[in-house]
Design a protein. Structure first.
Ligand code: NAD
Length: 463
């Protein structure tokens, strides 16, 4: 397997591991403050030419970048299997998502522009001006797509980008940085900088030449980034944690709801900000639902992530596995699925727990692992109240055959992304983001280039 090499290293090195075996994969050079500053300054110097490039040419370069990802799709997918323990099926989808998001936003340079507004005394024109250098900070759980949701619309809107991958999973982003150069994206327009959050990530916040920070990660770090950005009134998008509800009504197709619930909760080993980690079941079908859920969980295929039929691989690190396991020490476990032993990797069985109260940590905290809590509810009002009884509001599902109920409950739940009779969260054509402490701003969808632009209004007098 070819590993990308880091042009940085003054900030030391980190060894990345295969989560399925705990074996070291490669060593990555990390940037220090001086290297980060130099990369930001390079991105700043590259900005005037990139913003001035003819829209059709910028579009062509983004399409070439997308084509280069497509040509290396399998390579990227296998790199993610090795570095993040993602199942090969998911990893192919993730690399394909970067390709598709680049292609989608490659239309923006030619279509994202201002308006001419009729006013007395002259002509009034709005321009969408790029911001300058945008800093994208990425977590370890979905290293490829989350990177793409930041850099693709930012580049399309005429910004240059510096991107910091997570310490645990930098390899695919580093490779995507190489592919950008191979596709003809000019030097300095898109730079991937492996490094520590408190060094490289924090510098994106404090460096005056970085005009916007696009952060995805934990709510606590996100709050610190927002505070730091306030000093310079720096633009910021935050995509943070979640504790989403999967609400199953008695009139739902219970077989379908139970069969899909493990995927909604345990996909990516539950290390998913959109995981439906709280299942709310109407009390009249609560016992029946658990009876249906048990075989679905037990049959959820936990296996080496490179196996084509694997539905769940290992967790990303020993630390993450141990943190999640500690929630189970004092929990009421209803049943669990299978796990893998003997590989030395960071495995944990998908587990269903029954919270003892609305204050039980398994019900209130974002566990970020393959643990789902199930609780009954009485009626629509009770379901909405329980779903909303959290500081988060990112995602969620509603299973019912009643269209009116689906609509009432969807309008009642304080969450940025809801699916009816489905666990789908992210479709790049539509906006994605959180209510409450799940974030600030929206990514993806047709309006994303707006969040990487300033509107400038110019009045031309006809006197
Ligand atoms: P994290 O907050 O620890 O780290 C995220 C990124 O921020 C990493 O690249 C890290 O190096 C960097 N960072 C850490 N400290 C920093 C600092 N002081 N200044 C600047 N950057 C810093 O999160 P994580 O553990 O990598 O990821 C898991 C979290 O991400 C979960 O809470 C999950 O819900 C959230 N997440 C949210 C979404 C979403 O779209 N809402 C998507 C994926 C993950």
């Amino acid at each position: 397997m070819h590993f990308p090499s880091s042009p940085f290293g003054a900030g030391g090195t980190t060894t990345v591991h295969d989560p399925a075996t705990a074996q070291p994969l490669t060593t990555v050079g990390l940037a220090d403050l001086a290297e980060t500053d130099a990369a930001i300054e390079r991105a700043h110097r590259a900005f005037p030419a990139w913003r001035a490039i003819a829209p059709a040419e910028r579009a062509r370069l983004l399409r070439a970048f997308s084509a280069q990802i497509d040509a290396h799709l399998d390579e990227l997918a296998w790199l993610e299997v090795a570095n993040a323990g993602h199942t090969i099926g998911n990893a192919r989808w993730e690399a394909g998502n970067v390709r598709d998001v680049l292609m989608y936003y490659s239309a923006a340079p030619e279509r994202h522009f201002g308006r001419q507004i009729p006013v007395p005394g002259g002509v009034d024109i709005t321009f969408h001006e790029p911001l300058g250098v945008v800093g994208v900070i990425v977590p370890w759980n979905f290293p490829m797509p989350i990177a793409g949701w930041g850099f693709a619309p930012a580049l399309a809107a005429g910004n240059t980008v510096v991107l910091k991958p997570a310490e645990l999973t930098p390899l695919t982003a580093m490779r995507i940085g190489e592919l950008a150069l191979e596709a003809g994206i000019p030097e300095g327009v898109f730079t991937v900088i492996p490094g520590r959050g408190r060094v490289v990530g924090d510098r994106f916040v404090t460096h005056p030449l970085v005009r916007k920070v696009c952060f995805t990660g934990s709510t606590d770090v996100g709050k610190g980034i927002m505070r730091g950005c306030a000093d310079q009134v720096k633009r910021v998008t935050l995509e943070l944690g979640g504790k989403s509800a999967n609400i199953v009504f008695a009139d739902a197709d219970l077989e379908k709801a139970a069969a899909s619930a493990p995927g909604g909760a345990f996909d990516n080993a539950g290390q998913d900000c959109c995981a439906r980690s709280r299942i709310l079941v109407q009390e009249s079908v609560y016992d029946r639902f658990l009876e249906l859920l048990q075989p679905a969980v037990e049959g959820f295929r936990v296996a080496a992530p490179g196996e084509e039929t694997a539905e769940m691989g290992p967790m990303v690190s020993a630390g993450q596995r141990d943190a999640v396991a500690s929630f189970l020490d004092d929990a009421d476990i209803a049943f669990a699925g299978s796990t893998v032993t003997g590989t030395g990797g960071y495995w944990l069985a998908p587990t269903v727990v029954l919270p003892r109260s609305l204050q039980d940590p398994v019900w209130t905290q974002e566990i970020f692992g393959p643990v789902v809590a199930v609780m009954p509810f009485r009626d629509e009002a009770d379901a909405i109240a329980k779903a909303n009884d959290t500081e988060y509001g990112l995602s969620g599902s509603i299973f019912t055959r009643d269209v009116g109920r689906a609509l009432r409950v969807a309008r009642g739940v304080d969450s940025g992304n809801l699916s009816v009779n489905s666990h789908s969260s992210v479709r790049y054509w539509t906006p994605f983001g959180g209510f409450k402490q799940s974030g600030l701003g929206r990514e993806l969808g047709p309006d994303a280039p707006d969040s990487f632009s300033e509107v400038k209004n110019v009045f031309i007098s006809n006197d």
